[in-house]
Write a protein that binds this ligand. Structure first.
Ligand code: ADP
Length: 698
């Protein structure tokens, strides 16, 4: 049988209920039967009891009558009518036996004498009866004398030699009477269990359920002249047992209804919900309903909800994984393209330089391309490293106090010079109307990088028109808001959010042409958030875009923040400065030498960290050290700690291939005055040397 759990439960309940109902019914029928048979048995017992009580109350009179009816003295009395004798021998029996009547009649039927307990003459015997008694010798019967009933014992009188009353003819008639009155009834009630005892001609109106017994009173003619009624209380109360059984059945039925109602509510409904949820493969409305049920089902509801959430998360994660898989593939293709382009340029132009006869001007232009391509490669690598650091949460802001206005102006100018003359773009700067009262605390490098990213994007994606960089300091809202507005190709609504995702580019002819890894904006967004700000974008296709980002305004009040002030570079004095270059790689050293040789410096070279220490120990007139970080024997980090003991103040500039912010901080912590990243930028190197020799003229 393929039944649901609830149906099985209902079936079981129905069967057990039927079983109990049958049991209760059997008990009820049995009690009924018991009651009937007990009533019958009690009635029979009552009858027997009353009959034996009547018998025992009447039998002494019969014996007495018999004893006195064959007595010579009695025969003689009939003749003598001696009242004295009558009173002494016969009349006294009234008192002795509790009789109510003693009477004697002669053969003519005349009353010889009578004695009674009541106020009557005692002649109550019908004369016709005497002739019947004459023949029968002995009679007992009932008589109704004006509403008073008597039990009468009658006998003929014979001499003492004829006790059987067969030898002689009767000499007279002797009667004994017992009045069946209240007194007699009381006596019967006292010696029996009867509660009521009356004489009536009709059937008595007995109390319901009481036991009754009636005995007919028959006169001397054999006619029923009345009835002796006895009644007894029937005390065994089977009704209570039956009521209890009825109550049990009623309660059982109520229990059954309650059981079915609540099992439906607590078991059937939740199970149905679970089935529906499982069949419909998640249904949040039903899950909520299940969750609201107290107890295990509520818990199952919560599990369903968790499961649902996990499922949704898994689906999302799967979609996300598929998306990022696609993104990564696109990124790899893009990356490969982005790397190949500069490498191709480097390879192609260096081959041209080697293999063809070129003019000095051509050589210059080829070298510019090679240089630019190398720079592009470095930018790509920097972006990749930066993104992976952002993802690993390795980036933290390096807060310094800056002069916002001059810092932005300086950045703006440096971006402006990069705009190709072919582009018909006007680059504008709208300074903050409100001038900050103090230096501002922020990570200058990151802020500049954010602005550079957004502005160079705007320049890249704008063919004609303008690109405006605007910033506003708001002291009431405590914010600095930067806006970069262009009149370029714009971005459709669908991509407004997406372009901030990593590796995300809008595939258009222009974006393919200008290139890019799709990392710039995601790095910028991460930086803005790192500085405690946010970025948004408004854009319309073919109308242009507006990137707006805000960072918190924080004035320099904390002395811990180093104030970075713009340095004024003075021309160097005539002194010939000595520069120590610690560099293991010959080509790199050559490059250094070439760049630095343009100026009038004495150059010393160390091939490892140890040599650098040794040279420093021997030469006390070194003005500046350019130190590679990665060197054999002793690294730059190890060597500087020793050199600082000899030259605590001398400018030591680290040259490193690692150029991330964190590396820069590490370098500064090690005791280096500044750093320059490889590949070397000629102008940057010269600026650095001039700046530090100027600060430390010795
Ligand atoms: P990339 O470094 O490749 O430029 P970004 O994250 O900086 O990557 O930019 C992602 C994409 O956003 C770009 O490829 C371009 O499609 C779109 N984009 C960014 N700035 C602009 C802009 N000012 N106008 C139009 N499109 C833009």
């Amino acid at each position: 049988m393929n039944l649901s759990t609830y149906k099985k439960y209902i079936l079981l309940t129905t069967i057990s209920s039927c079983f109990f109902l049958i049991l209760f019914l059997c008990l009820y029928i049995y009690t009924n039967k018991q009651e009937k048979s007990d009533y019958i048995a009690t009635t029979a017992d009552f009858k027997k009891e009353i009959e034996s009580q009547l018998e025992s109350s009447w039998s002494p009179f019969e014996d007495q009558l018999n004893d006195m009816s064959f007595w010579d003295e009695f025969v003689k009395y009939i003749q003598t009518k001696d009242k004295k004798w009558f009173n002494f021998y016969l009349g006294s029996t009234i008192d002795v036996y509790g009789l109510d009547l003693i009477s004697v009649y002669n053969l003519n039927g005349d009353l010889v004498n009578a004695r009674t307990t009541g106020n009557f003459n005692g002649d109550i015997i019908p004369r016709k009866l005497i002739s019947i008694l004459h023949k029968k010798k002995y009679l007992t019967f009932f008589i109704n004398d004006n509403g008073t009933y008597y039990k009468v014992y009658a006998s003929t009188i014979h001499p003492s030699n004829d006790p059987e009353k067969k030898l002689s003819s009767p000499k007279g008639y002797f009667f004994m009477g017992l009045r069946l009155d209240e007194k007699y009834f009381e006596k019967i009630k006292n010696i029996s269990s009867a509660s009521k005892c009356i004489i009536n001609i009709s059937n008595i109106d007995a109390k319901k359920d009481n036991i009754t017994f009636s005995k007919e009173l028959i006169d001397w003619k054999g006619k029923v002249i009345g009835k002796f009624h006895f009644e007894k209380n029937y005390t065994k109360d089977f009704a209570v047992s039956k009521i209890i059984l009825r109550i049990i059945i009623a309660f059982f039925l109520i229990y059954l209804i309650i059981n079915i109602y609540f099992s439906r509510k607590w078991v059937f409904t939740p199970l149905k919900l679970i089935t529906t949820i499982l069949e419909s493969n998640s249904n949040s409305e039903q899950i909520n309903e299940l969750k609201n049920i107290n107890g295990e089902f509520g818990h199952i509801g919560e599990l369903f909800e968790n499961n649902n959430l996990q499922k949704i998360n898994l689906i999302n994660a799967k979609t996300q994984a598929e998306k990022s898989d696609k993104l990564k593939s696109a990124f790899l293709a893009n990356l490969s393209h982005e790397i190949r382009t500069p490498i191709n340029a480097i390879n192609g132009f260096s081959e041209l330089l080697l293999n063809t006869k070129t003019t000095v001007d051509e050589k210059k232009s080829y070298l510019k391309v090679i240089n630019k391509s190398g720079q592009n490669l470095i930018n790509i690598i920097d972006d990749l490293i930066e993104m992976s650091k952002i993802e690993s949460n390795l980036i933290s802001p390096n807060l310094t106090a800056i002069d916002l206005d001059s810092s932005i102006k300086e950045l703006f100018e440096s971006i402006k010079v990069t705009i190709s003359s072919k582009k018909n773009i006007e680059l504008r700067l709208i300074e903050s109307k409100f001038k900050p009262s103090h230096y501002i605390v922020t990570d200058e490098t990151k802020l500049k990088q954010i602005i550079t990213n957004i502005v160079t994007n705007a320049i890249k994606f704008t063919e004609k028109g303008s690109v405006t960089l605007q910033y506003e300091v708001n002291e009431t809202e405590n914010t600095i808001t930067f806006s970069v507005i262009d009149t370029g190709i714009g971005i459709n609504e669908e991509n407004l959010e997406k372009i901030f995702e990593r590796f995300r580019r809008i595939e258009s002819d222009l974006s393919i042409k200008v290139g890019g890894l799709g990392l710039g904006l995601s790095i910028s967004k991460a930086y803005i958030e790192l500085l405690g700000g946010n970025i948004r974008l408004e854009s319309k296709i073919d109308k242009g875009s507006k990137f707006i980002f805000s960072i918190p305004l924080q004035y320099e009040t904390n002395t811990l923040h180093k104030v970075k002030r713009t340095k004024k570079i003075k021309p160097l004095d005539d002194k010939i400065h000595t520069i120590l270059i610690a560099e293991d790689d010959n080509i790199n050293f050559l490059l250094f030498e070439k760049i630095i040789n343009d100026f009038n410096y004495t150059i010393l070279r160390a091939k490892n960290g140890q040599e650098a220490i040794d040279i420093c120990t021997k030469n006390k007139d070194i003005d500046l050290i350019l130190m590679d970080i990665k060197m054999p024997v002793l690294s730059g980090f190890e060597a500087i700690s020793q050199i600082r003991k000899i030259y605590p103040q001398i400018p030591i500039i680290a040259q490193t291939a690692y150029s991330s912010e964190e590396d820069k901080i590490k370098i500064k912590h090690a005791g280096f005055t500044d750093y320059i990243s490889k590949p070397l930028d000629r102008i940057k190197l010269n600026n650095l040397i001039t700046t530090y020799l100027n600060e430390n003229p010795n």
